[in-house]
Design a protein around this ligand. Structure first.
Ligand code: CA
Ligand code: CA
Ligand code: CA
Length: 369
């Protein structure tokens, strides 16, 4: 059981992307084991890392690659459903702060970080070595993209400002709102504030989850103001190699406002091939809380999810307040999705086994005496 949960799985997007060259071993409990060739293709480091993580899970000793003593996991596979996994159970999480920082807390434009869901972070990738601030992350084949459209997963979103250090909220298929990750779930201890006297609050503004651990797989991104990484032009959605998937003209036309092409700024993103789920920075009549669902051609429509339409009229501030959460504004600045069929496996399985073994021997000793 412990071994099964230790096996690192990949998001379906990764599996699909490599399905032609990869043999998959289907395991019970819906877990999938990627072949060694896939591991090698993605970086031999991963295989070693996952083994280390498994060992760490059992031993719960030493620092993980994220710099904290407790390793994340047990990792789950993204599957449509009505159970929300814990952040630590979702492999391959990446994020960026609104003022891009690296794991050493130095301002680093374009920087993303891995986070383990237990407060540990490490540097992931720099998308803009020149000047641009990262403001949206996605994978070309985002897990659970179709499940969002089918209203059969949890929609994850971050609001601009992360008021009260609430970084990521989860919207259930029936529209209930819960907190999925606080500042300290993402990065703890958080970077010190300017006075050096305490942890500063930060605003998570880009999020990508479900992937191999400690391997960069956010291969779609947007920069603040939709500039190109070299600053010579503009684009809303880019590939990892800095080629343009969608221009600002494309996005402005998709929302029916081609006149906004020189001002639009995409700031939250999920991708599946040509299809996008996206939000923008507040602009004209748009308050930034809109989520558009777009096939890549023609007009986009507003997403219907959680028994509501995510258009401008959807007052997110009032909606969240109904669930006890205060937010600064209606601007969504990161999008993702998470679900498993449930129930959740027990967290800290290694420790639990250790305990039960001690308990058993104690009981045994008592019986013998
Ligand atoms: Ca945010
Ligand atoms: Ca942008
Ligand atoms: Ca927005």
């Amino acid at each position: 059981m412990a071994i099964g949960h230790c096996i690192i799985d990949f998001k379906r997007k990764k599996l699909l992307a490599h399905s032609r060259t990869t043999h998959l071993l289907s395991l019970s409990a819906g877990l999938l084991l990627p072949s060694f060739r896939l591991l090698a293709g993605l970086g031999v480091r991963l295989g070693v890392t996952s083994l280390l993580l498994c060992a760490g899970n059992a031993l719960a000793s030493g620092n993980t690659s994220y710099g904290v003593p407790t390793p994340p996991g047990p990792f789950l596979t993204p599957i449509p459903g009505t159970t929300l996994p814990l952040p630590r159970q979702v492999p391959g999480k990446e994020f960026s702060t609104i003022l891009d920082l690296n794991a050493a807390n130095s301002p680093t434009p374009g920087q993303s970080m891995f986070w383990d869901g237990l407060g540990g972070v490490s540097d992931a990738y720099n998308y803009s070595s020149t000047r641009g601030q990262l403001d949206a992350l996605a994978n070309a084949d985002d897990a659970l993209f179709a499940a969002v459209r089918a209203n059969n997963t949890f929609l994850l979103l971050s609001m601009q400002g992360d008021l009260n250090r609430n970084s990521v909220f989860a919207i259930s298929p029936t529209g209930t709102v819960s907190l999925w990750a606080s500042n300290s779930t993402v990065w703890n201890p958080a970077p010190l504030d300017g006075t050096g006297t305490g942890p500063a609050a930060f605003d998570l503004d880009a999020l990508e989850i479900w992937g191999p651990e400690l391997i960069v797989d956010a291969n779609r991104f947007s920069l603040e103001f939709d500039v190109l990484p070299d600053g010579t032009g503009s684009a809303s959605v880019m590939h990892l190699d800095n080629s343009v998937q969608y221009t600002r003209e494309d996005i402005a036309a998709a929302i029916g406002r081609p006149d906004l092409a020189d001002r639009i700024d995409l700031d939250a993103l999920m991708v599946k091939g040509d299809d996008l789920l996206f939000s923008i920075q507040p602009l004209d009549e748009f308050d930034g809380g809109e989520i558009w669902d777009w096939s890549g051609t023609g007009l986009a429509s507003f997403l219907y999810f959680g028994e509501r339409t995510w258009n401008t009229e959807n007052n997110i501030k009032d909606y969240f307040w109904g669930y006890g959460f205060d937010i600064s504004n209606d601007n969504i600045d990161a999008l993702e999705a998470a679900s498993v069929p449930g129930p959740l496996p027990i967290v800290g399985l290694g420790a639990a086994f250790g305990f039960s073994r001690r308990l058993r021997s104690r009981i045994k000793a008592r019986v013998q005496t």
